[in-house]
Design a protein around this ligand. Sequence first.
Ligand SMILES: [Zn+2]
Ligand SMILES: [Zn+2]
Length: 361
Amino acid sequence: MTIKGDYYEILGVERNASDEEIKKNYRKLAMQYHPDRNPGNREAEEMFKEASEAYEVLSDQQKRDIYNRYGHDGLTGAGYRGFSGFDDIFSSFGDIFGDIFGFRTGHSRSRTAAQAGSDLRYDLRISFMDAALGTTAEITVHKYVLCTSCRGSGCASGVSPEVCSRCQGRGQVTQSSGFFSISTTCPQCRGQGQVIKTPCGECSGGGKIQAAKTLQLKIPAGVESGSRLRMRGEGEEGLYGGPSGDLYVFIEVKRHDVFERKGNDVHCRVPITFVRAALGGSVEAPTLTGTEKIKIPRGTQTGHTFRLKGKGIPHLRGYGCGDQIIEIVVTIPTNLTRRQEELLKEFDRESEPQKSFFGLR
Ligand SMILES: [Zn+2]
Ligand SMILES: [Zn+2]
């Protein structure tokens, strides 16, 4: 157990120093002892941590008051634990380092910056009926998820990423040739700024593994081929706290033997005998939800349509449903018995006067 130094002394300020002075001195020290500038220097590392801790307390009026009155023990009593490591410091004071080091906020920023997960596409073929009435589909998506073994860090357990020795964590190396100096992506860490000496065995250091996930997808009534359903957050998982992508399910609707969709109306053809067409009667017509009895008036012709209001497909956005359109097809018998043939001939003779009316003779 080391005895902690006085925070004011560490930062080199008076006890009544203003916030501005405290910040200014901390910046100076942080710059001097920043691990980027002192790779492998344990003493600098300690100074950097000490200064950061002092700054954290003195820049916070509440913590500073506790420290002024009760010292280090007061802070411990109040639950203050200090920093667990560099990452902790960088995430707390990123804005200050951002000023010092330009575009980067910390030595390991380039690797630990949050990365959003990619969106994924899934193609799903469903039946006509499922599209018309809605359903719940179970789909299995193969995607990359955070490695459960290292929780995305890519390190074997007990190991932390190390600052890349080639670029000192900058992710870029500068080569001078003559009057020019050219910055390129560091070949050792590929711009990550850090290297993992002992990668996680599960994900080989990538931080992600392939996994299959089964999802329940609610398909609303009224979807059609080309409809796109979005499942928020079910795409690939983000890295380092980044948001997950979305999953887009593209719907393709199979053809139906009986029904055909036109807009939100459902069309179907219902055959009736020529006798029923001529004499009238009724017929059972198929609908999306069962059958419906249709009254056939005398003399119904082929191609005649009946409209069943609201028996079609629900509007995906909005209220109500389309209609069902029933088209009558009058069928002509092909295999006649002798008796039927006689009857038809008689029927034909009986129709002679009508033919003349049409001027066919
Ligand atoms: Zn892993
Ligand atoms: Zn490097």
